[in-house]
Design a protein around this ligand. Structure first.
Ligand SMILES: NC(=O)c1ccc[n+]([C@@H]2O[C@H](COP(=O)([O-])OP(=O)(O)OC[C@H]3O[C@@H](n4cnc5c(N)ncnc54)[C@H](OP(=O)(O)O)[C@@H]3O)[C@@H](O)[C@H]2O)c1
Length: 224
């Protein structure tokens, strides 16, 4: 049975990915930071890890949870949007810290822990970024703190791909679509099922030649 780690799987896209991988007979190790999230994952038959991605003890918790487990895939999905700014409005330090710690620091701490388990399977490693990270396609500064954090997350993924690619791991960063979740809102373009299905199909199909790519959920390339 193939095995996947999903970091940030208590709701939204992460939970739907867990649901679909379970339905497809994968073993899922899903993380959540509260009991309600853990219960949703357990109900799907997933193994659970209680972990707040921003806590200093999170890497040790993950390492313990992954002992002797090889991973065919790992997806870093945890994320926060932060202030919904329209213009160039300086963030408060508290807001900056929460967004950068969740979207960037947590990935920099947790993905190196998961990487050896993925490398043992020559598997796939993905982060859920956003099209809003793209500098090449940018035409408005909406949510500029979120954009900056996801651009930094893309940089993190690229560096991981340089190290892990030669070890047989294919690393990609995804835009999941504009998705109807707590973050995306009811007016978003697509539902979680469509987003997760697209991410799963694309991830299953990526080859080593695409290592380090920035991809839409449907597999099309997004400019950096
Ligand atoms: N929805 C969209 O349109 C869209 C578009 C582009 C990119 N994305 C990205 O897709 C990913 C999933 O978003 P979503 O739409 O599913 O959002 P969501 O419904 O708001 O879910 C966010 C997830 O991140 C988790 N999370 C946040 N902070 C965390 C922390 N410190 N430690 C562990 N988990 C944490 C949440 O856990 P809790 O339940 O504990 O809060 C939750 O599982 C995010 O990275 C987001 O930036 C979403």
């Amino acid at each position: 049975m193939p095995r996947i780690l999903i970091i940030g799987a208590s709701r939204g896209i992460g939970l739907e990915l867990a649901r679909q991988y379970r339905a497809d007979q994968w073993e899922v190790v899903g993380t959540a930071r509260d009991d309600a999230g853990l219960a949703k994952l357990s109900a799907l038959g997933a193994k659970t890890l209680k972990l707040d991605a921003t806590h200093a003890d999170a890497p040790a918790t993950l390492e313990k949870g992954l002992v002797k487990l090889d991973l065919d895939a790992a997806i870093f999905c945890a994320g926060v949007y932060g202030p919904r700014t329209q213009k160039i409005e300086p963030p408060e330090e508290r807001e900056f810290d929460q967004v950068m710690r969740t979207n960037v620091l947590a990935a920099m701490r947790l993905l190196p822990v998961a990487a050896p388990a993925v490398a043992r399977s020559k598997g796939k490693l993905a982060v859920i970024s956003s099209r809003m990270a793209s500098i090449g396609t940018r035409s408005a500064p909406t949510g500029w703190l979120y954009r900056a954090s996801k651009a930094a997350l893309n940089s993190v993924l690229k560096d991981l791909s340089l190290v892990l690619g030669p070890q047989g791991v294919t690393c990609v960063t995804f835009h999941p679509g504009w998705v109807k979740t707590d973050m995306g809102g009811a007016g978003a373009d697509i539902d979680v099922a469509t987003s997760a299905a697209g991410i799963r199909t694309t991830l299953a199909g990526v080859t080593s030649s695409q290592n380090g790519a920035f991809l839409n959920y449907d597999g099309t390339v997004i400019p950096w």
